[in-house]
Design a protein around this ligand. Sequence first.
Ligand code: NAP
Ligand code: G4F
Length: 356
Amino acid sequence: MSQTKIAIITGITGQDGSYLSEFLLSQNYEVHGIIRRTSTFNTDRIDHMYVDPHSPDAKLFLHYGDLTDGTTLRRILEEVKPIEIYNLGSQSHVRVSFDSPEYTVDSVGMGTLRLLEAVRDYQQRTGIEVKFYQAGSSEMFGKVQAVPQSETTPFYPRSPYACAKVYAHWQTINYRESYDLFACNGILFNHESPRRGETFVTRKITRAVARIVAGQQKKLFLGNLDAKRDWGYAKDYVKAMWLMLQQDRPDDYVVATGETHSIKDFLELAFSHVNLDWQDYVAFDERYLRPTEVDLLIGDPAKSEEKLGWKRSVDFPGLVQLMVNADLAAVGISNGNQDGSEDFAVMNRSSAATVD
Ligand code: NAP
Ligand code: G4F
């Protein structure tokens, strides 16, 4: 009988954590997620997968922990004995990282170091290999030094968040080279979905479109509309994370679409999908500007495509449409096209997953 494959995911309650959990469960993994204790439920994105842990059918288990708390991370690792760890947890909002730089760097930079140290000790003591995935970001390219950006493009981070991700990136490489860890960096460009946090620009726009159509909102306040991003679909991107850990050797990979679009392009498609003109609704608020901006991101996915056999399944117009449709469904409007309705069902269940 083959052994159960066990994975730990930090950041399981986030957008990527929820899609990765679904994917790993579909591959017959036992999935252990680390969640933060909060005074209100924070498990909306994973409730649909959760089965009472007393049931023999339970394959998803939750543990309280935090990337700022190294002792607990070690304890969970010892208890769970995973073969793979996906480090997705982070204060992931770039604008917020300027307001809370210390906490951002602690969770993103030091959090990764704490986890790597725990893996190093566990592996050295037990001789059991634990494969490690680090959620790196295209934000690390910041003030871009080449177009498009690939694995060899130098970093030029422009926010506390991006600086912390660069630190985590290099620590991951150092632990790979110093202690022979199977540790990979994914350098993922922006990826979105109906499960995207409501304060990131894409979801802020698609949610506003739906609420404007439903008569629940009149204006949408945004910051810089000229920045360009390489936007893909989150569900495609979590497969690349898993593929990296299935290779013979650990390595670093850019995951991107190879296309770039401005916020204005996104607005144009999202509003025209419901026959509205975005210029009638969007207003400027300087609160959403950043002290330093990342003007242009466009990734070169050639290495992921060649070595991992990874390919995106959704293009830019398809992504915008499925996000608008899911947000329309959330306000009770069917747009005929049911793209994203599965996610609407996920996001509207009441929270049930708990840790005893
Ligand atoms: P997300 O939706 O913001 O989710 C972040 C997750 O991290 C949540 O589960 C959050 O828990 C958890 N978290 C926050 N602080 C933590 C802490 N101190 N200890 C433990 N967990 C903590 O982010 P995402 O979009 O899924 O992104 C996943 C990862 O990929 C992040 O590391 C992000 O920085 C990185 N990334 C994202 C993109 C993108 O475009 N989405 C691109 C490149 C890299 P709560 O639910 O309790 O807040
Ligand atoms: O949606 P955003 O907040 O995403 P950003 O800053 O690109 O970061 C996201 O992608 C990174 C990968 O490159 C991840 F590492 C990171 O964790 C996160 O997931 O902003 C996108 C662009 C920016 O140029 C911003 O200035 O949209 C611009 N923008 C304009 N108005 C706005 C707004 N961004 C937000 N969040 N809110 C606005 O009102």
